[in-house]
Design a protein around this ligand. Structure first.
Ligand SMILES: C[S@@+](CC[C@H](N)C(=O)[O-])C[C@H]1O[C@@H](n2cnc3c(N)ncnc32)[C@H](O)[C@@H]1O
Length: 265
């Protein structure tokens, strides 16, 4: 973690500033230490990653964290993701339109399938995920690639530990469908909006309830290990994002996914 992150970091519960204690630092990077909020809650920094999860998470989220942590080696081997990524990643970038002075939020970065590509086009990026093991894999890849403008933070999309308007752009790919329940999904959309500047762009993708899944799949359920999912109709996704954003484009070019381009109201 770089010290500059503190200028827009906030406590995940109750907001407010955080006090940094450093126990191990290498150059500019704080590797071990802690962040303490005004109520005395202590959030550790481990392997250079601040761990800012709120104490109260939904049960389905806890089981997803455990599943993502234990399946961390499998994610990058999913052949269909690598295949679809050839269309999905360039399209995401095109809709996002990153600029060199942007501070970009990647919400739910996982093991970093997109992180390096996204980081290359901007000044600074913050990549969050609630799976610590995924963040550690992502960190190793970023270090190996020499990418130095990314802050990794363990956080929940529904309780983002950042100041209002901290970001000029945001992206969140294949995450919202895993947030369990309508209320939590609304919370996630509202948090993405809160941390963006007015008129900022969000590109978000989520599972599509396609003709195929209508015939052969489920609208809602759980993947292996208890990872919850919800497949959206176009109307459902538009209505949900429309609570905080103007949906400018929505494309169903990939059979299983909608990709949306939204502007904060
Ligand atoms: C299907 S993966 C997508 C990862 C990456 N965006 C990509 O496209 O490869 C979903 C990721 O979202 C994370 N995630 C799900 N719900 C989350 C939440 N509420 N807060 C933070 N991360 C979450 C999971 O841990 C997982 O890494």
């Amino acid at each position: 973690m770089h010290r500059s992150l503190l200028s827009f970091l906030m406590a995940p519960e109750g907001g407010g500033t955080l006090t940094l204690t450093v126990s191990k630092q290498e150059g500019e990077e704080i590797l071990e230490g802690s962040l303490t909020d005004a109520a005395g809650r202590v959030y550790p920094i481990e392997d250079g990653i601040p761990r800012l999860l709120p104490t109260e998470l939904l049960e389905a989220q806890r089981s997803e964290i455990a599943a993502r942590d234990s399946q961390v080696g499998d994610y990058d081997r999913m052949a269909f993701l690598n295949l679809f990524g050839k269309i999905e990643i360039p399209l995401t970038l095109k809709l996002l339109g990153p600029r060199p002075d942007d501070r970009l939020l990647e919400g739910g970065c996982g093991t970093g399938r997109m992180s390096q590509t996204l980081a290359r086009g901007v000044k600074e990026m913050v990549a969050i995920d609630f799976s610590f093991e995924s963040l550690r894999v992502n960190r190793k890849k970023l270090l190996a690639a020499g990418v130095t403008n990314v802050h990794l933070v363990q956080a929940d999309l529904c309780h983002l530990p950042f100041a209002p308007g901290a970001f000029t752009r945001a992206v969140s790919c294949q995450v919202l469908e895993h947030v369990p329940g309508e209320e939590a999904r609304r919370g996630a959309v509202s948090e993405l909006s809160r941390v963006l500047r007015p008129s900022a762009t969000l590109v978000l993708s989520a599972y599509k309830h396609s003709l195929f899944t209508r015939m052969f799949g489920e609208k809602e359920g759980a993947h292996d290990g208890g990872i919850p999912f919800f497949r959206f109709t176009m109307r459902e996704l538009k209505d949900l994002l429309g609570t905080c954003f103007r949906v400018e484009r929505i494309t169903g070019i990939l059979v299983y996914l909608y990709i949306t381009q939204c502007k904060k109201h």
